[in-house]
Design a protein around this ligand. Structure first.
Ligand code: ATP
Length: 227
């Protein structure tokens, strides 16, 4: 269970998040939607510990993550949180297999274990034949599937995804959506996904709408439960 409590973020005189509180339930896909500039990415970055709030806190189970010093916070992030970005951010000089194995090696897995886990994930995501390819030798959809495998390798509590289908055509978008909802259904993987894509929001169990740095509604799929 992840809990965002009274988070405020300012850039100079601009307040981009106003006293946001939000609980992220385990095993669900939460979509965050809203117009450009609403603060979605800023909230994702803070919830994912990549950026610190000016006030407020983020709890992962009982850990107040921003009470950790930078090095401990990096370790915590690497073990517990996966990220998928709009542009895959794979390292160009490494193969798909090496890119996926990297967070496991950083977390302390030995090479054999890390590469076995990476190969299994690539197999599961239909990329067995691409394991030795570098990002430049893969399609956009394949790169994004590799990025998802990388996000999953340390069995994170949660995966944060910022516009994961934003750079893809509709066929690849459908494929990524199927993968994400499949991971939710089989592994109970928790996802928080910032998206402008209405189809992506349709696989969400819960949709949080933001505007001007505030949460304007929270809708649970099929229940039309607004706050
Ligand atoms: N590093 C920064 N320095 C100054 N202002 C910033 C910074 N990052 C974001 N902002 C501002 O904060 C506000 C919220 O930005 P954010 O990227 O969180 O919005 P968003 O809802 O994700 O938008 P989009 O859908 O366009 O990605 C915007 O007004 C943006 O210009």
């Amino acid at each position: 269970m992840i809990e965002i409590r009274n988070v405020t973020k300012r850039y100079g005189s601009l307040t981009v998040l106003h006293d946001i509180s939000l609980t992220i339930p385990e095993g669900e896909i939460m979509a965050i939607v809203g117009p450009s500039g609403a603060g979605k990415t800023t909230l994702l970055q803070i919830a994912g510990s990549l950026d610190r709030p000016d006030s407020g806190s983020v709890f992962f189970d009982n850990t107040d993550i921003f009470s950790l010093k930078d090095r401990k916070l990096s370790e915590f992030r690497n073990r517990n949180i996966g990220f998928v970005f709009q542009f895959h951010q794979l390292l160009p000089e490494f193969s798909a297999l090496e890119n996926v194995a990297m967070p496991a090696l950083i977390a302390g897995d030995n090479k054999k274990t890390a590469f076995e886990k990476a190969r299994k994930l690539l197999d599961d995501l239909g990329l067995a034949a691409r394991a030795d390819h570098k990002p430049a030798q893969m399609s956009g959809g394949e790169k994004q599937r590799t990025a998802i495998a990388r996000a999953l390798i340390n069995s994170p509590k949660i995966v944060f995804a910022d516009e994961p289908t934003g750079s893809l055509d509709s066929r690849n978008r459908d494929e990524i959506q199927d993968i994400l909802s499949g991971l939710r259904d089989t592994l109970h993987q928790t996802f928080v996904i910032v998206t402008h894509d209405p189809c992506m929001a349709s696989i969400a169990d819960r949709t949080v709408a933001m505007a001007d740095g505030r949460i304007t509604s929270e809708t649970i799929a099929d229940m039309k439960n607004f706050i």
